[in-house]
Design a protein around this ligand. Structure first.
Ligand code: MOS
Length: 697
């Protein structure tokens, strides 16, 4: 393999993106395209007493108006991860029932988007309103036995030092740059869907099931995605409707969801409430960890955020208990969002560990080092690779942690309080089945095709690097095509598993190409092609996780160190310095990997200080409705973020030793910020986001 792997390689898709040549979903220009517009519920609970579309149907340009009364036939799909998956199990416009504010209650189609939007205002709707359950305190909670785990006895663990506290996280929105959209185009009984999708082939199969078609009759096209963070994994209600209505009107139909409607129709991160007890003997050895969680789902689906997922992973506790309860609210359906379970879970765990360190008067880095576990305490499997201690030591060293002031409120700069904080990071390493096709052409061009995807994370470049390294050709000679269901199944761009799943298949396919050519280098193979007059050497190879899942636990690790500056007079927190050290196995692209961690840290700072989707307590409708009212970080809020990787390949995991980097970076970030704020101010904040009014209270 040549030297390209692990270096800083520019994005393959960068030029197309900055010059506007990259075609995003809503930009596919189809002739005869018509436009849809969603009508959504103004109430959070009740039923539609009357919905009159007569006047709207007469409006200029209107082609169709669909409500629960005339919704086209849709089949109920299997809705599991093996076959098909919906983001919301309840099919759109199933009946007259309203389960949340912002639920789709009608779909208008017209020649132009303005005409569709205009006609939507003419629909007359009357509701029978019932009092909704909006606030997490209003619902009853059922226990989740699948999450439950216990060893030892957390109640009787007698100990000198205990922290028990409740930590909350806010409802957050994905707020991707590219709003959700779909274009559905039927030709006879074949459907082409242009739609951002993190899982191309599953998306394809889901549409096939919804419309009672064989999978070959559905093509999914999704070459570029402008951010997803988990919100573009499966079809949402709006996409199902759009595809269904396109079939009846026999025209290609586009629906671009408005920013406002994104807040209720494309998922969110559910708010959580977590009570954590950590107990240690005075020298700092943990004796008990007790994590009890409350989350909620909607009445339209059952989505679970397992906040206890990483609690048994970092620190050994002889007495350990995990418990979770689920409530149901009249709110939109939550979904996956960057480290869906691990990020909120680590907020509580890493805050509590910091509180314990202060109470024990032990360096929080030392406390973590002293309590490392070498096995996953749920499965009892040893970790295949855990360089967590190295992350802590390298990070502490880079940051200058040893020189920190030992008391809260003891550091100031320009009249403002300065604080230092740290927290651990961890995320499970996942991998799935993938297949890729590689073609080597006589001019030395390498063509790689797979229905994997790049949601902005760098997959195009990662695939090119892998092929370039395997064949000894420059990255520029590798042409990568992703995001089309006509290509071999490339698996899921989610759970940080695309690189770990796809790179080994690319490597194998490249090796197979050389073998077919009976050559050891791409140069020799090209010469053979020219001599023989053949068009290409081609190979298709697959990756499948091996049996070692039974023997090992796989996890990525990290540590964050940060400095904040607090202006108590106006309740302002500025993050002024950041160091992250990550153990993600082999680093494929130093530039993209560091960018992924930076993006995660930025998103985590947003969660720590700003992000919250407030709901009107009466209507249940979000009071944020665009990228200005949903407060998230801008450049001015973010310092330089130094990212370092341990870089040791995890060869038990796959042939390249690569684990993926998308999500581990966000875990622990909010806790690191809150821990730094405590050091600065002496005040412990346990409810996110830590906004100015909380700081000034
Ligand atoms: Mo990620 S939340 O698995 O896209």
């Amino acid at each position: 393999m040549n030297q390209v792997m692990g270096t800083a390689v520019n994005r393959k898709d960068g030029f197309a993106k900055v010059t506007g040549q990259a075609t995003y979903t809503a930009e596919h220009a189809l002739s005869g395209l018509v436009h849809g517009y969603l009508v959504t519920s103004a109430i959070a609970k009740g039923q539609i007493r009357l919905i009159s579309t007569q006047k709207a149907e007469q409006a200029p340009g209107v082609l169709a108006i669909v409500t629960y009364k005339n919704r086209p036939k849709i089949f109920t799909p299997a809705n599991d991860f093996r076959q098909s998956k919906l983001n919301e199990a309840r099919l759109p416009l199933s009946d007259d029932q309203i389960h949340y504010a912002g639920q789709i209650i009608a779909f208008v189609v017209a020649e132009t988007v303005e005409q569709a939007r205009d006609a939507a205002q003419l629909i007359i709707i009357e509701y029978d309103i019932q009092p909704p359950l909006i606030h997490p305190q209003q619902t009853r909670y059922e226990s989740l036995p699948d999450v439950e785990f216990s060893k030892g006895n957390v109640e009787t663990a007698t100990t000198a030092v205990t922290i028990e506290a409740t930590y909350t996280t806010a409802k957050e929105l994905h707020a991707a740059m590219e709003p959700h959209a779909i274009i559905a185009h039927w030709q006879e009984d074949s459907l082409t869907v242009y739609e951002g999708s993190q899982w191309v082939r599953l998306h394809q199969r889901t549409y096939a099931e919804l419309f009672g078609l064989p999978a070959e009759k559905v093509r999914l096209v999704t070459p570029y995605i402008g951010g997803a963070f988990g919100s573009k994994c499966f079809p949402w209600a709006y996409s199902i409707l759009c595809a269904a209505v396109a079939r009846t009107i026999k025209r290609p139909l586009k629906l671009a969801v408005t920013r406002r409607q994104l807040t209720t129709n494309t998922g969110h991160r559910a708010a959580t409430e977590q009570t954590l007890k950590v107990a240690a003997i005075p020298d700092g050895k943990l004796v008990a960890l007790d994590h009890r969680v409350k989350t909620y789902t909607s009445f339209a689906d059952r989505f679970i955020v397992d906040c206890t997922a990483t609690t048994p992973v970092l620190y050994a506790a002889p007495n350990l208990r995990l418990q979770q309860h689920l409530g149901i609210l009249n709110v939109p359906t939550p979904t996956y969002m960057r480290a869906p379970s691990e990020n909120p879970g680590m907020w509580a765990l890493e805050s509590a560990m910091d509180e314990l360190a202060w109470k024990l008067n032990i360096d929080p880095v030392e406390l973590r080092l002293n309590n490392e576990t070498t096995t996953h305490q749920r499965s009892n499997l040893p970790f295949a690779a855990k360089h967590f201690a190295e992350c802590l030591r390298v990070g502490a060293n880079q940051f200058g942690w040893r020189d920190r002031a030992l008391q809260p409120r003891s550091l100031t700069r320009n009249g403002q309080l300065i604080g230092w904080g740290m927290a651990a990071a961890t995320f499970p390493a996942m991998r799935g089945n993938t297949t890729v096709k590689v073609r080597l052409l006589p001019d030395g061009t390498v063509h790689v095709l797979t229905a994997g995807n790049d949601m902005g994370t760098g997959a195009y470049t990662m695939v090119a690097i892998t092929a370039a390294a395997a064949l000894g050709v420059p990255v520029e000679k590798v042409k990568v095509e992703l995001g089309d269901s006509l290509f071999p199944d490339g698996g899921l761009a989610g759970g940080s598993q695309m690189t770990a799943s796809l790179a080994p298949a690319v490597l194998q396919a490249c090796q197979d190409v050389l073998q077919k050519a009976n050559c050891t280098t791409a140069n020799a193979a090209c010469a053979a092609l020219k001599q023989s007059g053949r068009a290409a050497f081609e190979a298709i190879a697959s990756f499948a996780p091996k049996e070692d899942a039974q023997k090992w636990a796989f996890q990525s690790w990290g540590a964050h160190f940060c400095e904040v500056m607090v202006d108590e007079a106006i309740g302002r927190v500025q993050v002024t310095r950041w160091v992250s050290v990550m153990d993600i196995g082999r680093v494929m692209n130093a530039k993209a990997a560091a960018s992924q961690v930076r993006g995660s840290v930025i998103m985590g700072i947003g969660a720590a200080l700003m992000e919250e989707c407030h709901l009107d307590p009466n209507s249940g409708y979000p009071v944020v409705y665009d990228l200005a009212t949903y407060h998230y970080p801008t450049h001015a809020d973010i310092p330089r973020i130094d990212v370092t990787f341990v870089g040791k390949p995890d060869l038990t995991f796959n042939s390249l030793g690569v684990r993926g980097v998308g999500e581990v970076g966000i875990t622990g970030v909010a806790a690191a910020v809150a821990n730094a704020i405590y050091h600065a101010t002496g005040k412990r904040f346990r409810n996110l986001p830590i906004t100015p009014e909380k700081l000034m209270a």
